[in-house]
Design a protein around this ligand. Structure first.
Ligand code: ZN
Length: 197
């Protein structure tokens, strides 16, 4: 597909919301393969799941581990997630906004405003019980493009879980338990596992 018409992505210093609680600073390594992230130049995905203000799951995954993970997802699930997002997220508005800020200085980009509302419901972060944020980063920079960073609040995450196939849900459960141990939150609240976007 030809994406040359898309506005250029922007890069800004990684906001604190995408720092690791455990590291008390930026993520340094891929949770799966332990690849170094900050100086290697390889792109990586950060996902953090919050309950209230507390992060309950957080990780960074390097690009090749994201690709491997996506291969594990069933075709059916990938299509269902893409369809759900296409129907519920206003990507056109994000594209328009990217165009609008093309000439704006980095410090005036207001990076947080790209992920402080649920991309599906518009619910603000302050009013959510559970939410997930995701962003692509490279080195010390976060990439802003038509898709990421974004936030999904609890109800949207639940809807997304429902469109996933049984196989994909099983794989995600394994991913969470392999990498993090199974936090008790997931036993009574299985709908808040991370979604690999
Ligand atoms: Zn990796």
């Amino acid at each position: 597909m030809d994406f040359s018409w898309l506005p250029q992505p922007r890069f800004v210093p990684i906001p604190r919301a995408f720092h690791s609680l455990e590291k008390d600073g930026p993520f340094e390594r891929c949770v799966q393969c332990d690849a170094e992230l900050l100086t290697s130049g390889r792109p990586y995905l950060i996902e953090r799941v919050f309950r209230g203000t507390e992060p309950i799951i957080e990780y960074a995954l390097c690009e090749s581990c994201v690709e491997k993970a996506q291969q594990e997802l069933s075709q059916e699930s990938k299509e269902a997630v893409a369809k759900y997002l296409a129907e519920h997220v206003d990507f056109a508005a994000r594209l328009e906004r990217l165009n609008e800020v093309a000439g704006v200085e980095d410090e005036d980009l207001d990076a947080e405003s790209w992920f402080d509302h649920c991309a599906v419901s518009g619910q603000s972060a302050a009013h959510t019980r559970e939410r997930q944020i995701a962003a692509w980063c490279q080195g010390s920079q976060m990439r802003i493009d038509h898709a990421l960073p974004l936030m999904l609040a609890g109800p949207a995450l639940e809807e997304l879980q429902e469109v996933l196939s049984e196989k994909t849900r099983g794989w995600m459960n394994d991913f969470v338990s392999d990498n993090f141990g199974m936090p008790p939150e997931f036993c009574d609240q299985p709908d808040i596992r991370p979604i690999l976007l």
